[in-house]
Design a binder for this molecule. Structure first.
Ligand code: ADP
Length: 465
């Protein structure tokens, strides 16, 4: 529990550390992998180069074998081989003289007669199998106790040094064949490969770092999204509390205003006072409508709006609403009629209170947004569904505005609508309620011609489907 608390409190720091950890770890793993591949490749190349050096050494040995006792002839052969290619350098024949080796034939003739005290030759000489040695110059530079002073152990000019003991027919070791085999071509090739691999590695690392930094930014968005949700929830709670708190004083204002209007505290003679009280009454009603809308929004958003679907007769409900709203319609000089279908409507399966609320809102809107003409309500059964249509000859809605109609707080902004009061919550609430009752709502409208709203509800027999 404590650990969870610490994790939650330091969430942002932990996310940052995690991001940095990934940014370091992933490129390092890629780098390690690439470098170890290059290393393994180099090692296997070295093994085959060593074999090749010995093979070359033996083939030269074979061409000199017959003239083992004749240094002059061997010298001629060496000169011939040296002219052939630059790959073989420093071909020399050395014979042991006490603890040192004396050069008796060499591709560099000036060196004939020189003595060399070289640990490497000693090792090759005493080898029991007599197969000879082939070692990379860099290794010789590191491990050789005594270097052959005539050779350069240069990093950029690596070579293989072959030392092969030469024997006569009786198997007696007579001399050592020493030869340098340049590994320049292979080295150039491997360094080319290594450079390409390193370039690919660097590119991969850069791409990975960029990708990871985007991912880490994604974390920011996740955090931001969560914060927005929290704020949204706080807003919902605020609306819910505020509208609840507003309801109590509103009921009291409405109650007292109603008592004053009824003359409970004495007849109101003054016309201006009468007019003012009427205005208070209208405004209070509007405010009550707004509070009710807000309460509905918060109930729906918090999933607290309970729906109690029952088998209900819809026609009497529509008739009652139409008669109730006809006063308002008449005041505007509008015709409000309910055109019943020819056939009797079966019962529908819906919440009676919510259905009433939905129809009052939709018919009320039609009256509100119609200047002249009529509002016609009709009902019918089609495809085993009850369809209630509300058609008006009002201001209509443009195609662009229709796209946003069922959004919360959306109001169409035109010259005609600015004069009409509203919150833009009615249609949103209506749609939510209808959908909670498993119904549908459609709106068709032509600007300056009129609007037709269709509410589709399930009939009682369909409730289980
Ligand atoms: P309001 O409180 O603004 O009436 P509603 O959610 O009920 O909010 O409606 C949203 C908008 O849709 C209204 O502002 C109005 O412009 C438009 N509207 C709704 N019903 C009709 C209608 N019958 N005729 C024309 N416009 C309508």
């Amino acid at each position: 529990m404590k650990l969870k608390q610490i994790l939650i409190e330091n969430r942002e720091k932990l996310q940052l550390i995690y991001g940095i950890f990934l940014i370091v770890l992933i490129p390092s793993l890629i780098a390690y992998n690439t470098l170890s591949i290059i290393n393994r490749y180099n090692k296997s190349i070295d093994v085959s180069l060593q074999r090749e050096a010995l093979v070359v050494g033996r083939s030269i040995y074979a061409s000199l074998e017959e003239d083992l006792d004749n240094p002059e002839k061997m010298q001629n052969q060496i000169d011939r081989i040296s002219q052939k290619g630059t790959e073989f350098e420093n071909i020399e024949i050395l014979v042991p003289e006490e603890k040192v080796f004396k050069i008796i034939a060499s591709s560099e003739e000036s060196r004939i007669g020189e003595t060399i005290d070289f640990y490497y030759y000693q090792t090759a000489w005493i080898q029991p199998d007599g197969d000879g040695l082939a070692t990379d110059s860099l290794k010789l530079a590191v491990t050789g106790k005594e270097k052959n002073k005539s050779m350069k152990y240069d990093q950029s000019d690596r070579f293989w040094l072959v030392a092969l003991p030469m024997q006569d027919e009786n198997g007696n070791r007579k001399a050592i064949l020493s030869m340098k085999l340049s590994s320049k071509i292979i080295d150039d090739l491997t360094s080319d490969n290594r450079n390409t691999s390193l370039l690919i590695l660097i590119t991969t690392v850069i791409i990975t770092i960029l990708f990871l930094s985007i991912t880490v930014r994604l974390w920011d968005y996740v955090v931001l999204y969560k914060k927005i949700k929290e704020v949204d929830q706080m807003k919902d709670e605020f609306i819910s509390i505020a509208s609840h708190e507003l309801r109590t004083p509103l009921t009291s204002i409405k109650g007292y205003t109603s008592l004053i209007m009824e003359g409970t505290f004495g007849k109101i003679e003054n016309e201006r006072m009468k007019d003012s009280i009427n205005k208070i009454w209208t405004s209070t009603n509007r405010l009550e409508g707004l509070v009710e809308d807000l309460l509905n929004v918060s109930r729906i958003e918090q999933g607290r709006l309970s729906i109690d679907n029952q088998n209900i007769e819809i026609e009497p409900v529509i008739e009652e609403i139409v008669s109730q709203l006809s006063i308002t319609a008449e005041q505007k000089g509008l015709q409000l009629v309910y055109e019943k279908g020819k056939d009797e409507m079966p019962k529908i399966f819906a919440d009676p209170e919510k259905t009433r609320q939905v129809l009052v809102n939709l018919i009320g809107n039609s009256i509100k947004y119609t200047e002249t003409g009529s509002v016609i309500v009709s009902s019918e059964i089609r495809d085993r569904k009850a369809r209630i249509k509300i058609s008006d000859t009002g201001i209509g809605i443009s195609p662009e505005a229709q796209k946003n109609l069922f959004q919360k707080f959306y109001r169409v902004q035109t010259d005609k609508t600015t004069k009409i009061q509203g919150t833009g919550l009615g249609l949103w609430i209506t749609k939510q309620i209808i959908e909670l009752m498993k119904g549908e709502i459609y709106m068709e409208s032509i600007e300056d011609k009129g609007t037709q709203v269709t509410v589709v509800l399930n009939i009682a027999d369909d409730k289980k489907s």
